[in-house]
Design a protein around this ligand. Structure first.
Ligand code: CIR
Length: 253
């Protein structure tokens, strides 16, 4: 059984973190409608979806990916790098504990799940403004007993998270935006290339042969079809205004 954990969007999402103030501002009603379409897409790709209740204290809480990293039957509950987001982990930890063994992180480590891309027994982890060296060391220590190798990746300036430019497709394949990271970072992985002017589409959720991608990126869509995937486009204009995309809205385990 593939499970996906998501979280309802609070009214305070209008004030979510973003590198630049969105113009026009976030439309919370539209964001909720798009989130419902995202959850429906997850379910239609075969996931059993659980959606956590709204917490108005946490404007960014729809971005659950950042709060946990799952390997096999264990979940490392992160310490998100943005202090305003650290409260988000409580409800996620309680829910995941019903399914998985949860492992803690500790100060001064910080880590966002959006910086962690797992491919087989390797986790590529972006060293970013959100994820520090202590956090990366705690990630490596948590999963070393499970045979996980952690490979730190330096991010180009202005990239929020590793998975802003790449995401896993299963079976040793990844989506990677052209011109973002040196492909040699990813050793012998098979790359499905995203054109540089469609970089936003490099963040996608793969479940089996299904891939949920952002609406409006025809060349990425075509590249996935050519690689024998079944892309399914969903609208995400409102989460994009808060620097979010597709993987960040769920924890798939
Ligand atoms: C933030 O700045 O933390 C949120 N507004 C966006 C987080 C997006 N998370 C992700 O891509 N994993």
């Amino acid at each position: 059984m593939i499970r996906a954990l998501t979280r309802h969007i609070p009214a305070s999402f209008a004030h979510a973190l973003s590198a630049a103030p969105p113009d026009p501002p976030i439309d919370v009603a539209l964001a909720r409608q798009q989130h419902r379409m995202y959850c429906t897409a997850l379910a239609e790709c075969g996931a059993a979806v659980t959606t956590l209740p709204v917490d108005e204290r946490c404007p960014d809480s729809v971005f659950v990916e950042d709060t946990a990293v799952v390997v096999d039957r264990q979940a490392l509950i992160t310490r998100p790098g943005a202090p305003s987001r650290q409260l988000e982990t409580e409800a996620v930890a309680v829910e995941l504990a019903a399914w998985l063994e949860v492992l803690p992180m500790s100060e001064p480590g910080t880590l966002d799940g959006g910086d962690c891309m797992r491919v087989g027994r390797t986790i590529y982890v972006g060293r970013s403004a959100r994820t520090n060296a202590v956090g990366i060391a705690q990630l490596a220590q948590a999963f070393a007993p499970r045979g996980i190798e952690v490979v730190p990746v330096e991010l180009p300036a202005g990239v929020l998270h590793l998975k802003c430019v790449c995401s896993p497709l299963g079976g040793g394949r990844i989506l990677l935006a052209e011109g973002s990271l040196d492909r040699r970072v990813f050793r012998d992985l098979e790359i499905v290339w995203v054109p540089a002017d469609e970089t936003y589409a490099a963040n996608a959720v793969a479940i089996g042969t299904h891939v949920i991608i952002a609406e409006g990126f025809p060349r990425t869509h075509a590249a996935l079809v050519a690689a024998r995937f079944e892309p399914r486009a969903v609208p995400c204009s409102e989460v994009r205004k808060a620097d979010g995309s597709l993987t960040c809205q769920s924890i798939v385990f």
